[in-house]
Design a protein around this ligand. Structure first.
Ligand code: PMP
Length: 383
């Protein structure tokens, strides 16, 4: 129930990767046969990732080491490239820390960042983004979907605004790519961050889509690999794995999505039967595999530890940030008070989950919540 934190590598992906660790070890820059073979595999993977997001030209995919790197490259690369045109960047208050902290860092060197608030469901209003645009705006960065509360943003609407105003549009697609259809052309996306592990590919691989004709500055300089955008010998096993993962995610998206939605809705319908229990994130505009809640009067950490004792791995707050006692900035941005945000539970479904797993969670969560509330001095005990 914690696939948002880490997913296993799909067995078919692992099989595709294996030869590239010890048998097919060419470097794509080499002229000999193993080198050329590696180059062909690199380009085949590029095409597969391009297909996943409907990118017309595979050359627009740059492989990186993770989505965090892709976000850093997109934001820094665009900001520094266009700094003479303007210094204003627009984003939302619910972005992943790899976006938040990169933008904070850019603020230190003179960029101005407007953080657009979200509503109680975590949705950003495209009109608010439009109204925040100034003469100096060079970049808009909005996540496709939130990994923590699952809300899917109106990306196409924002893309149309950005394109009308000729402002670069970066989308952090980490939580969404491979789970919901993404179309960089139709959605007017200039830069899109993609993660490998979030779609059952290996960790240590990621990608950035850079629309043909868009120029950003690289920060990894060296031998000029990846069209000069990300130097360093390519991680061929990881890239082959990411390509295979993208191919499978696209082929199986409709079937997997339908299965997840059924399980997700069953989790939501049943867990929400409990008193003082609320859904976090939008009810329908949400990722198929995300069910997130908050429970009054108890702490998320206690729920996680109790669930762990029952063999259920779940998460509270962000699935992938470092250990911190601060409540999630996403839940706070959605208007929750600190004590409300502390009682959150995030369940992220994955390919190996079954309906029986869902039954077990539906049975276990109420027991744990009742037990913790019985111990909570805040809980209004019935006489
Ligand atoms: N963006 C979003 C929306 C995420 O959910 C995550 C975490 N999976 C990241 C970026 C960062 O991904 P990674 O830790 O793999 O670099």
């Amino acid at each position: 129930m914690d696939y948002g934190s880490a997913s296993p590598v799909d067995a078919r992906v692992l099989e595709a990767m294996m030869p590239y660790f010890d048998k097919e070890v060419g470097n794509p820059s080499s002229l000999h046969s193993p080198g050329r073979k590696a180059k062909r595999e690199l380009e085949a993977a590029r095409s597969k990732v391009a297909n996943l997001v409907a990118a017309p030209n595979p050359k627009s995919i740059i492989f990186t080491s993770c989505a965090t790197e892709s976000n850093n490259l997109a934001l820094r690369g665009a900001a520094l490239r266009y700094k003479d045109k303007g210094n204003h960047i627009i984003t939302t208050s619910v972005e992943h820390m790899s976006v938040m902290n990169t933008l904070k860092d850019l603020q230190k060197s003179g960029f101005e960042v407007t953080y657009i608030p979200v509503d109680k469901d975590g949705l950003v209003d495209a009109e608010k983004i439009k109204n925040a645009i100034t003469e100096k705006t060079i970049l808009i960065s909005v996540q496709y979907a939130n990994g923590e509360v699952g809300t899917v943003q109106p990306v196409r609407e924002i893309g149309e605004i950005a394109s009308d105003k000729k402002i670069l549009f970066h989308v952090d697609g980490t939580a969404a790519c491979g789970k919901v259809p993404v179309d960089v052309e139709k959605e007017h996306i200039d830069l899109l961050s993609i993660s490998s592990n979030d779609m059952y590919g290996p960790k240590g691989a990621g990608a950035l889509y850079i629309k043909q004709g868009v120029r950003i500055l690289p920060f990894m300089l060296g031998g000029g690999q990846e069209y000069g955008m990300r130097s360093g010998s390519e991680n061929i096993p990881g890239i082959v794995g990411m390509g295979k993962a993208a191919e499978l995610a696209l082929a199986e998206m409709v079937d997997n999505g339908a299965r997840f939605i059924k399980m997700r809705d069953r989790l939501m319908d049943n867990i929400l039967k409990m008193e003082y229990t609320y859904l976090t994130g939008h009810r329908t505009k949400r990722l198929p595999n995300n069910a997130s809640f908050r429970f009054s009067f108890i702490e998320g950490e206690s729920i996680i530890l109790q669930l762990n004792d029952l063999g259920i791995n779940a998460s509270t707050g962000s699935a992938c940030s470092t250990k911190t006692l601060e409540p999630s900035h996403v839940l706070i941005a959605m208007g929750l008070r600190h004590e409300e945000a502390h009682g959150s539970l995030l369940l992220t479904l994955g390919r190996t989950n079954t309906e029986e797993d869902v039954d077990y969670v539906i049975e276990s969560v109420p027991k744990i919540v009742a037990k913790l509330r019985a111990l909570s001095p805040l809980y209004p005990k019935k006489r």
